[in-house]
Structures are given as structure tokens and as C-alpha cells.
Design a protein around this ligand. Structure first.
Ligand SMILES: Nc1ncnc2c1ncn2[C@@H]1O[C@H](COP(=O)(O)OP(=O)(O)OP(=O)(O)O)[C@@H](O)[C@H]1O
Length: 293
């Protein structure tokens, strides 16, 4: 498990990251979200040792992460760092050999990853000759090649087309399944919703919320949807609930007192047929808006 414990970083007067703590457990994909300037990149750079911390510590397992641990961290920075003039295959094989593989095995593995990301026929081209999206794919492969013990990826999905997004999502899930803690930042909340088991939400340099996606969805207001056959206008007068949305026979209410939703249902049945009654679980995007507001 990778852990940020009380991480703090200033740039001059600006406290970019302020006492940030969260866990990136093995076996799960953790999404890292927050508005522009919220402190995600700064936190990821501290996690991977690219940037010094001003307070707090990064822990790997049950102890502070060492330089040797960090060499096994796979990091894909926001500012991409491949050599533009070198052919794709050569740089990736070089990376693979750094971990001690022989040339044949390194080549085989890199080619398999390139194939997976639809880049097999581009292997001999210079990085700079590829489109931006394909350069991005090569960056992703570069982060995976060293078989990292943990993956920290800064906006790995930005600029990818839908096929590459799917390939990337599969790769992240597989790594998590194999026990690699995976943390990635993104502004694409639908993708985060689809892919993540856990979420850390940053706002103004601090952690605004964290937990499993289920916990976060259920941490918000308790809401129910009631759909009748006739107009649901009377729900406005019902005790213990507040109407959030009302359209003809359909009402969404927030429960203000324990059990008020059950009384609402009893009232509704007494008035006529009920077509639907159930808990409304918010989208992560709604939770995100609430906690960062
Ligand atoms: N090298 C730096 N020098 C000065 N200020 C910096 C530096 N790096 C980051 N900051 C400031 O730290 C704050 C957090 O920035 P950071 O890049 O970590 O946010 P972010 O959440 O990754 O944003 P984005 O989603 O826009 O990439 C911002 O106010 C930013 O201007």
C-alpha cells in the first residue's frame, strides 16, 4: 500500500498542498480528482519523490518510502518525458532493460504492450512523428514497461481516443487485480465513475473527501424517487421530507427525519397506485460538485 501522510508543499507564499493524507491500497484503482490547481500534480510529484515534501511523509507498506522503493514506482508525469527523436521501440526496450531483462525478452514484452495500445506498426517511428494521442499512448506504455510496484499516473487518459481509453482502463484494472496500487488523476468524472474503486477528491490543496466510491455516493443526502400514476404535487406537503425535484407524477425527495420516506410511501399507496419507489444514489459527479463547492 502507498500512503500520503500529512503531505505539505509550499511554493513561496502559496500552500499548494496542505496536510494531505490518503491511502492507495493494493487491489484497487484509486481516482484522484479536483479542479485546476487543487494540488493533484504536486501531491503525485511528492509521492514519487520528484518533489521534496515540506512536511509529512510518503509511506510504502509499513514504513517511510526509501529511494530504492521509489525506483520501483511507475510514474507518468503530466509533462511527458520521452526523447522526441528516438524511435519508439528503442526507448521502450531501453527502459525494459533497465530492470535487468535481456534484449530479446525486453523487445517481446514491449512489442506486446505496443500491440495492445494499437501501436505495433509505429514501433520504428520517431516519437515526434506520432500524433499527440499516439505519443500519449507511448507514454502510457513507458510507465508500464518497468513492471512497477505501484502506478501513479497524472492524467493518463487525456488526449486518448475511445479505443485507447478502453485499453488503458483494462490495463489499470489488471494491474490492480495483480496487487499493484494504482492512483491516477483525471478530470473525466464519467471515466472515474466507471473505473475506480476508490476516490480522493482534492480542493484548494486539501483532501475534500475520500473513500470507496460506494461510501462517497452514500455519504450524501438520503434521497428517494417516488413515481405515481397521478400528479405528485401533494408530496410538497408531506412531513419529514423536502422536495428536490417534481415533475408530474414523479418526485425526488430528500429525507429529513428517519423513517419519513416510509411514511411517504404509505401515504402514496393510500392515495393510489405507486409505479416506483426507491433510493436515488447520486452520480460521483454530483458528489464531487457537493464536496468541492
Ligand atoms: N513549480 C511551481 N511553482 C510555483 N507554484 C506552483 C508550482 N507547481 C504548482 N504550483 C502551484 O501549486 C498549486 C497546485 O498546482 P497543481 O499543479 O498541483 O494542481 P493540479 O490539481 O494538478 O491542477 P491541474 O488539474 O490544473 O493540473 C497551484 O496553485 C499551482 O499554481
Amino acid at each position: 500500500m502507498l500512503e500520503a501522510r500529512g503531505l505539505t508543499r509550499r511554493f513561496g507564499e502559496v500552500v499548494a498542498v496542505d496536510d494531505v493524507s490518503f491511502e492507495v491500497p493494493a487491489g484497487a484503482v484509486t481516482g484522484f480528482v479536483g479542479g485546476n490547481g487543487a494540488g493533484k500534480t504536486t501531491t503525485m510529484r511528492m509521492l514519487t519523490g520528484v518533489l521534496a515534501v515540506h512536511a509529512g511523509e510518503v509511506r510504502w507498506g509499513d514504513r517511510p518510502a526509501t529511494a530504492a522503493d521509489r525506483r520501483r514506482f511507475g510514474y507518468m508525469p503530466e509533462e511527458r518525458g520521452l526523447y522526441p527523436k528516438q524511435p519508439v521501440l528503442d526507448q521502450l526496450v531501453h527502459l525494459a532493460r533497465l530492470r535487468g531483462d535481456d534484449a530479446g525478452r525486453a523487445r517481446q514484452e514491449v512489442l506486446a504492450l505496443l500491440e495492445r495500445f494499437g501501436l505495433a506498426d509505429r514501433a520504428r517511428e520517431q516519437v515526434q512523428k506520432l500524433s499527440l494521442g499516439n505519443q500519449q499512448r507511448v507514454q502510457v506504455v513507458a510507465a508500464l514497461v518497468p513492471r512497477p510496484a505501484v502506478l501513479v499516473l497524472d492524467e493518463p487518459f487525456s488526449g486518448l481516443d475511445p479505443a485507447a481509453v478502453d485499453a488503458m482502463a483494462d490495463v489499470l484494472r489488471e494491474h490492480a487485480r495483480d496487487g499493484v496500487p494504482v492512483l491516477f488523476s483525471s478530470h473525466q468524472l464519467d471515466l472515474v465513475d466507471r473505473l475506480c474503486d476508490r476516490l480522493v477528491v482534492m480542493a484548494r490543496g486539501r483532501v475534500a473527501a475520500r473513500g470507496t466510491t460506494t461510501e462517497l455516493r452514500e455519504s450524501g443526502a438520503l434521497r428517494y424517487r417516488l413515481t405515481l400514476c397521478d400528479d405528485a404535487g401533494w408530496v410538497r406537503e408531506a412531513a419529514g421530507v423536502r422536495v428536490v425535484d417534481l415533475a408530474g407524477p414523479d418526485a425526488v425527495v430528500e429525507v429529513l427525519e428517519p423513517g419519513a420516506e416510509q411514511r411517504l410511501l404509505v401515504d402514496a399507496v393510500a392515495r393510489g397506485p405507486v409505479r416506483h419507489f426507491g433510493r436515488v444514489v447520486p452520480q460521483l459527479s454530483e458528489v464531487y460538485r457537493e464536496v468541492t463547492a
